[in-house]
Design a protein around this ligand. Sequence first.
Ligand code: ARG
Length: 479
Amino acid sequence: MSQPGQLWGGRFQGGLDPAFAEFQRSLPQDHVLGFADLEVNLAWSEALAAAGLFTADELARVRAAIEDLAAHWAEHGVPADDAAEDVHSLVERELVARCGDLGKRIHTGRSRNDQVATDLRLYLRERIAGLLEGIQDLCAALVGKAGAHAGDPMPGYTHLQRAQPITIGHHALAHVEALARDRQRLLDALSRMDQCPLGSGALAGTTVPVDRAALAAQLGFGGGPCRNSLDATAARDHLCELLFACAMATTHLSRLAEDYVFFATQEARFLHFGDAVSTGSSLMPQKRNPDAMELVRGKAARVQGALLAMLGTIKGLPLAYNRDLQTDKETLLPALAETEACLHVAALAVQHASFDVARCAAEAGKGYQNATDLADLLVAQGVPFRDAHALAGAAVNRAVELGVELQDLPPGERQRLLPQLRGDLTRELSVSAVLARRAATGGTAPARVRAEVERWQRQLTAWAVGGEDPGSDGAGEAR
Ligand code: ARG
């Protein structure tokens, strides 16, 4: 006893228990596939016509019905609150309403299993494009920050202990490097969903003699048709891959967020978040909290959870389609939205973060961050590095006792502790000298950072016009 608009009631007598009926519906999630489903319906109808199952006139009527529904949805949106079981049922009902029995014939040789697999791949192309844009915008904000502060020093940390001075620009570009890899991972995931499942039937292949290569080309799949109908309808590894790319990107964002939250503490005071990305306390009137970056840091956990949920859904699942797979969209779609939002808010937070350049520079010169360079100066005088390390360590101990920086050790102490040392320590151990020494590829020297900023600016331009790596940097090195 088939319900109106239900696609499968032939052998059933009773109706569904209302609780189960609601439980098994997917329209609240899969309505977002509406336009992709129309594209798939049109391509399949054309394939049926090419195979002789629709006349030219019938195909024209089907096409008109699809176009009419698309125009209606373009104006009103795809309804999420319709009673239909899923988006495929909704589309079929709407097409039958527009072209009668012709609408019922579209499902010839097709299954919702190959249909939903195809819909989702089409839909994800656009979502991935949005994610790529989000990454590029955040990279642009960070490259902008790096350009403004390519030569401005700040303390660099390991173990959250001051280690060696870096430039603010170098720090910003470190995060750009990670995000660029995330971008690459998204493109990679996209490349592995570039095969067309449509024409695989429910599991065993279609009985209609369709030209699947033409169908794949029509739907823009560069990799042609999926080669095995069981795999085509059962595979969801591309969703895991996409979720990994999202989980990795949001995890990277959480590290950026944590860096900036720390930089904004009263203990560090390296940067100040503008009002646009800060919040206050309902109780403590003086508070100014970095909530934007804290939420970015926190939400990464939910995207990680989605990756594990998707892997768990697939684990041990027999081939081919099982209804478990319907939950893929419930897992995937919120994670994509969360990732997009985190990218956007992180970019805002970077844009609204202003560095206190004077304080950063002053702090870069404190806490013996030049001790490695002192050891290197001894090495230049012929002292083996291991001995130089010990001598510089002893000098640090004495400087701590006296409450001075290394270059300000009294002449007698310097003579006693570092007798081999020549040269003007004030100059040699200055922050600018320490930075300038690190001019090899990958280093924090201002000139090197400026060259990297220029390279990234070229890269951003290439991305914006849809291109990839523009090649070598100013020094002629391949990246
Ligand atoms: N709504 C389902 C999904 O998203 C597609 C329908 C397949 N249903 C089925 N009983 N084979 O996975």
